[in-house]
Write a protein that binds this ligand. Structure first.
Ligand code: SAH
Length: 270
């Protein structure tokens, strides 16, 4: 019997070019007990080469969920971890493959977890990486750091299996208890949109440089990882701010005559 947490872990391949890598990833997953494969806009799928490389993991391939956008692939996930073959301009909370395996395994007992893998030629975009709570880098030769996509899936799937075995043997440290589930990806995205709109209305975000500020705010929230209750409080606060701005501006409109509005008392005095 396989542990149910395996069902809560999905491997997400973004925009894969070579179908052989999709097959290779399916095989790597099944060897380690994983089965949920998501393909975001693959270039060439279904394909013979994928079947050939999957060998005995055809079931993983056949059950792969193909979606158009990354958002669809991760919307119900409480933890999203993005892989990166190189350092990025804005550093993000980083875990090594072992910690990634342990965290993924722990959290998959409670909620959905996604591991994101990027394109063969240029990895994940910054926008995609900014949807992640953590980044993971497989330590490799700095002069040749980029692994084959399916090989990277193999390494991280192996670490998940190691965490599972450690738990069975009682050597995995228990996770920190928490009373609420973490906010899911879709709820976080809606929050960021709400936050951006509100900051625009307040004039805090200037059109000159809105993206950097939002990136840093995303990093802040990803570091804190608000739970469902905390996120709903934050959204309620934004709604209160927007309502305040709206009703205050309505009151001002009433108090100050608008251009072109007839004001008789003023006319007669003049
Ligand atoms: N040239 C690309 C590398 C793409 S390799 C770049 O510079 O980003 C294809 C994918 O394999 C990556 O997006 C990542 O998902 C995975 N991968 C390759 N090497 C990795 C490494 N050292 N650590 C983590 N993931 C890696």
């Amino acid at each position: 019997m396989t542990a149910p947490a395996f069902d809560n872990i999905r491997i997400v391949l973004v925009n894969t070019t070579h179908p052989g890598n999709i097959g290779g990833a399916a095989r790597a997953m099944k060897n380690m007990g994983l089965k949920r494969l998501y393909l975001v806009a693959p270039k060439d799928f279904p394909a013979e080469k994928a079947v050939w490389r999957a060998a005995g993991a055809l079931d993983v391939l056949e059950n792969a969920v193909v979606v158009e956008t990354l958002e669809e692939a991760i919307q119900d996930c409480g933890l999203v971890i993005g892989t990166s073959a190189r350092g990025r301009r804005i550093p993000w909370p980083l875990v090594d493959p072992r910690a990634c395996g342990e965290r993924t395994w722990h959290e998959a007992q409670q909620h959905q977890v996604a591991l994101l893998f990027g394109r063969e030629d240029r990895g994940l975009t910054n926008d995609e990486l900014h949807k992640c709570q953590y980044h993971v880098h497989i330590p490799s030769n700095p002069e040749y750091s980029s692994l084959n996509l399916a090989a990277a899936v193999q390494v991280l799937s192996y670490e998940i299996r190691m965490a599972h075995l450690a738990q069975e043997q009682g050597t995995l440290l228990p996770p920190e208890p928490w009373d609420m589930p973490p906010a899911q990806s879709q709820a976080l995205e809606r929050y960021y949109q709400h936050l951006e709109e509100t900051l625009h209305t307040l004039g805090f975000l200037t059109p000159a440089n809105p993206r950097q500020t939002m990136t840093r705010l995303r990093r802040l929230y990803n570091r804190i990882r608000p739970d469902e209750m905390e996120l709903s409080i934050l959204r309620g606060m934004l709604t209160a701010i927007q309502n305040y701005i709206y009703y205050t501006s309505k009151r001002l409109e009433k108090a100050v005559p608008q251009a072109g509005e007839n004001n008789n008392s003023l006319d007669t005095e003049l």
